[in-house]
Write a protein that binds this ligand. Structure first.
Ligand SMILES: Cc1cc2nc3c(=O)[nH]c(=O)nc-3n(C[C@H](O)[C@H](O)[C@H](O)COP(=O)(O)O)c2cc1C
Length: 179
């Protein structure tokens, strides 16, 4: 199985720690993994050029996301992890999600093959995991409109580093192992 993961948080922050543990579990059963760290990449936002309507699939902007669209076509599982910045997902993750517009055709029909599943990790300072739920759900619903079935909607909040939270680490590892 091919697992495609994208992190937008601090290198050793909570969202990336959870992603890494899911990937460790996935690797333990020989799934093929690929990880993109948005903070190490030069990426641009969608500029609404609609050039994607004339392509087979994928965004035409030539930046570090160039190989991502092909990876997404092939992936069985998509994992996205983002911090909460000012009541919302991070700008980096928003830029990535906006550019998924290019994965629909001019009639707004998904171009992605069916059968993909998504895991979404939202990391926030607030320990109340309900505070921003409806905002996060907007993005998950958008990804569902591409035919990606949601496997896990995960909000991690509070001041305990995810790596020190053994239950979280176990859940992440098992999630990856059982994909
Ligand atoms: C610019 C900025 C804005 C933030 N805004 C919020 C916020 O509105 N609500 C919240 O609960 N946490 C907020 N936080 C805290 C982060 O969401 C929190 O530190 C989270 O763990 C970061 O994710 P990461 O550990 O995956 O990097 C903010 C942090 C920064 C740097």
């Amino acid at each position: 199985m091919k697992i495609l993961a994208v992190g937008a948080g601090r290198q050793h922050g909570n969202s990336n720690t959870i992603i890494r543990e899911i990937l460790r579990g996935a690797e333990s059963v020989s799934h093929e993994i690929k990880f993109y760290d948005l903070n190490q990449m030069d990426i641009k936002g969608c500029r609404g050029c609609y050039a994607c309507e004339k392509t087979e699939y994928g965004c035409v902007i030539q930046d570090d996301l160039k190989p991502y669209w092909k990876d997404l076509m092939k992936a069985d599982v998509l994992i996205l992890g983002t911090p909460n910045y000012i009541y919302n997902i991070s700008g980096q993750m928003k830029m990535l999600i906006d550019r998924h517009y290019s994965m629909k055709d001019r009639y707004y029909k998904p171009r992605l093959p069916k059968g993909k599943r998504g895991i979404y990790i939202f990391s926030q300072g607030d320990s109340n995991t309900e505070t921003y739920r409806s905002i996060y759900e907007t993005y998950v619903k958008y990804l569902e409109s591409h035919g990606i079935e949601t496997l896990k909607f995960w909000v991690y909040g509070g001041s305990i580093p995810a790596g020190e939270d053994t239950l979280t680490m176990k859940e992440a590892y098992e999630l990856g192992k059982n994909l």
